[in-house]
Structures are given as C-alpha cells and as structure tokens.
Design a protein around this ligand. Structure first.
Ligand code: FRU
Length: 486
C-alpha cells in the first residue's frame, strides 16, 4: 500500500503562514492531512496540505529529482504564491520539503495577491544552478492591475532555501500588457548567448516573446518567438502562459497554454498546444501552422518539461477552474504522472507516455488478463491496457451501480465521460490507427494514453472515485493491472 513519506521522517517540520504568525506542524497532524482526504491519489503527487498549481523549477541534481510547485501555504485556494518543494530518488516516491522560495512582499498583509510565480531551473555552463521566475507585484499604482518582473534565485548549498535573489528584467516591450511571465532560459550555441522566452501578448494577441543576453543578467528584447493567430483572441485568449521550448531529437518544440481561451466546438478550456519546428537565427519556424492539442482532457495544464539523463520529462498541474475540489478539503491540486516526451516517426507530433519508472516502481498485480467482460475492481489504483484495434471499444467503470467513468471509441473518435459531466463540454480526440490504449485510474484521476502516446487525455473527477466494477467490451485484448507502490 501507499506509504506517504512525510517531512518529519527527515526531521524537517512543516511551517505554515497565517494571520496568527508562523505555525509549526509536526507528526500526527501531518499524517492526518496525508491520510484523511478521500480524494488523495496514491500514484500522483499532491501537496501535504493547502493549494498547489504549476510544477516549476524541475531538475535533477546528483541523483535527486527536485520538484517545486506553485504553493499557497495558508489556504486551500489560490493566494500569495510560494515555491513548495519535494524530492525523489525515482520520480515516483516524493519526500516533502520546506517551502523553498517566498514572495518578495508580505502580500497577504497588504491584501494583495501575487508572489513568486512560475519559472524554470537553468544550469549554466559552469554547472551553477539558478531558477528564473516571475514575481508578480502590485502595480506602482495599486489600483492598476499588477506588475510582473523576472528574477533569478539560487539554491543554498543544501537545496533547501532560495537565496541571492536578483531582478533581471522589468521593462516590457511596447504593446505588451500586464501578463509577462513564466521564463524559460537556455544557453544557445548557435547564438553564442543566453536566450529566454516569456508568455505574454502583443497588441492583444497571445504571444511568446524572445529575449537575449550575453551574461544572463542583462536582457534585451529580440522578437516574438510566436504570435497566435487572431482566432485565439476571438475565442477569448488574452495571453500565453507557461511557454515551454526545448530541443527534441533534431527539432525544437514549443508548448503553451492560452489564458481565457475556450475551444468553440467542444467548449473545452485550459488546453495546451504544441508546435514542432526548427529554430533558425532566433526564429522559430514551425513545420505546420496547425497547433497540436496536447491533452484532450482539460485537466492537464501548465506543463513544464526538463532534460535529464538524455530524456525530456514533463509534469503538469492536474486541475481546471470549472470543477473544483470539494469545499473543506485539506489540499487542492495534483500533478500528472511524469511523462517522457518524444516525436512521432514522421517528426510531426509530440508524443507523451508515462516514464518507465511508473511501471517499474508500482507493483503490477493482474486483475484481469486478455479478455472483455464485467469485473470486480480492487480498492486501488488500476491500469487498463487494450492492445489491438480500438474501434468499437467501451470501458464503463461504476461505483454502487452509478457511473464513475466511461471511455468510448466510435468512428475513430475517443471520448471520456465522468460522473460529474453534464454534456456541455465534449472531451474528445481523433485517433490515428487506434491500436493501443493505456488508462490509469487513481482516486478519480483518469489519465489516458492512446496510439503510442499520440493521443493523451487527463481528467479529474470528484464523484464515484472508488469504482467497484468495470465492464470492458472490445475486440482488442484487455488487461487490468492493480498498481500499488512497491
Ligand atoms: C499558470 C499560472 C502562471 C503563473 C502561475 C501563478 O497556471 O497562471 O502563468 O506563473 O500560474 O500561480
């Protein structure tokens, strides 16, 4: 079963920030937060307590994986942003660490929100590690929105606390509104200089902006790396958030989200899109102008990827603003399974599949092998695998006879429905060949990978999250595997 490791096992204490000052929490209380919430997943990362959103600053240092995340340490709703921190030896078991980075100002006292927003880890050529991130501050004029500036923080020797914070970029280029955030930095061999991208807008169109620097401290605006077609703005998008840009095989890949965007046909929000192309003289030249929808489920947002051990690995925030965690929960927000990124054979699409550690570190106890039918389910996370033609397949999971989740493949379209859905939003994706499918279910979280990772769908349900029966009808061979932590 699940053995949550608490910070206390390492002698570290949880500090919480509240009106009453700083509270120190220990043993039994922490254990209680970890075990008492019926929604808490076991295969997926969640904070010990309170609100989390984007994964940030992902990196691997000396065999240890470091996961930071947007964290509000005094409430289970979004608020003044800190960087939470967890470490792992295998990407699967996480140890909760103290808050790593604090906002510049005591924002909750000012009654303002903002704080230490999202950003990335960057390892310089001399091996030194820094975190580029955005600080959102109240505007110079308190009544005029906010200001977003870019900063660097360095880890202390023990990777426990951020220090040496400096501001490196404050000035927005002309035509760029308040949204100006989420830096990703790399050393660019071709340019022989540092490069940084930010999510923003240009004259109202969502855009990714490219900056350059000779020393990593002094930054100049170079050009838009990407400007969204006008349809995005017409569909409600205000700016790009959390742009991710990285070399993969012999291509460059851009991944981004659009604040406010609603896809008209399906009414989905919170979508992430990818483009595959080349980076030539600081210009990103996509191979096609058609954006690839990265995950059709709408609970996969703010993806951040990083390179380690020759792999490009991504985490994303498992959440959407429409379906919230029930009131009174001890925490809010989870992360997707870690995914490994690759390109399709024709190099046109970004593929995502769970990293190999997910299969290695979770015991695989077969519940059902190679058949369709109706089955009892264990009270545990499961993986369902279909191998063979998916067309006409149907998976229905129920709890006490009521729907938990349903997955269908009909006329080349994969769809998913959860107990909470009222039909106003369509969660659908077109399949290519449709020959394989992996589905993980973990306390209401459903993650689907089809066609070798070409089609991914992530959903978070809060009703009937402990299905006791599963009905499989498919001409593909079906396996159900109980996945518990070893
Ligand atoms: C995306 C986002 C980022 C921002 C952070 C603030 O979910 O809005 O753009 O940096 O969350 O918490």
């Amino acid at each position: 079963g699940y053995q949550p490791q608490t910070v206390n096992e390492t002698g570290i204490t949880v500090f919480e920030f509240s009106d009453k000052g700083i509270l120190q929490r220990t043993g039994a209380e922490i254990e209680d937060w970890l075990r008492s919430d019926p929604d808490r997943p076991t295969l997926h990362f969640s904070p010990i307590r309170h609100w989390m959103n984007d994964p940030v600053g992902l990196c691997k240092i000396d065999e240890i994986w470091h996961l930071f995340y947007q964290f509000h340490p005094s409430g289970s709703d979004w608020g003044p942003m800190h960087w939470g921190h967890a470490t792992s030896r295998d990407l699967v078991n996480w140890l909760h660490m103290p808050v790593f980075l604090h906002p510049e100002q005591n924002l909750w006292r000012l009654g303002a929100t903002g704080g230490a927003f999202s950003g990335n880890a960057f390892r310089d050529r001399d091996g030194s590690l820094m975190f580029f991130y955005t600080e959102r501050l109240p505007a110079y004029d308190l009544f005029k929105g906010y200001r977003e500036i870019q900063k660097i923080a360095r880890p202390d020797r023990r990777m426990i606390k951020a220090e040496g914070i400096v501001t490196v970029l404050e000035q927005r280029p002309d035509g760029v509104e308040h949204d100006f955030r989420d830096p990703k930095v790399w050393w660019d061999d071709a340019a022989n200089a540092y490069r940084m991208i930010l999510g923003a807008s240009i004259e109202g169109d969502p855009a990714v902006l490219l900056f350059g620097s000779g020393d990593g401290l002094d930054w100049q605006y170079l050009r838009p790396l990407y400007r969204a077609p006008v349809t995005f703005r017409q569909e409600g998008a205000r700016a790009v958030e959390c742009p991710d840009f990285f070399p993969l095989e012999d291509k460059w890949v851009l991944v981004m989200g659009f604040v406010g965007h609603v896809e008209p046909r399906t009414r989905r929000r919170n979508l992430l899109y990818a483009l595959v192309g080349e980076l030539i003289n600081d210009a990103f030249v996509p191979d096609t102008s058609e954006l690839q929808l990265l995950d059709f489920g709408t609970d996969y947002y703010a993806m951040q990827s990083f390179e380690a051990d020759g792999r490009q690995i991504a985490f994303a925030w498992l959440f959407n603003w429409e379906y919230r965690k029930p009131e009174g929960s001890s925490y809010s927000g989870e992360l997707s399974l870690p995914r490994a990124l690759s390109l399709s054979e024709d190099k046109k699409k970004l593929l995502m599949l769970p990293v190999i550690e997910v299969a290695e570190r979770y015991a695989a106890d077969p519940v059902v092998e190679d058949k369709s039918g109706k089955f009892s389910l264990p009270k545990a996370p499961i993986e369902i695998r279909l191998s063979g033609p998916l067309e006409g397949s149907k998976l229905v999971a129920t709890q006490g006879g009521e729907l938990a989740f349903e997955v269908n493949v009909a006329e080349g379209v994969l769809s998913i429905r959860l107990a909470q859905d009222d039909g106003s939003i369509q969660y659908v994706a077109e399949l290519g060949g449709g020959k394989d499918l992996r589905l993980f279910h973990d306390h209401g979280i459903v993650e689907i990978f089809a066609d070798g990772g070409t089609v991914c769908g992530t959903r978070r349900g809060y009703a009937n999250i402990e299905p006791d029966h599963l009905e499989i009808s498919s001409s593909a061979s079906a396996q159900v595997i109980e996945r518990n932590l070893r």
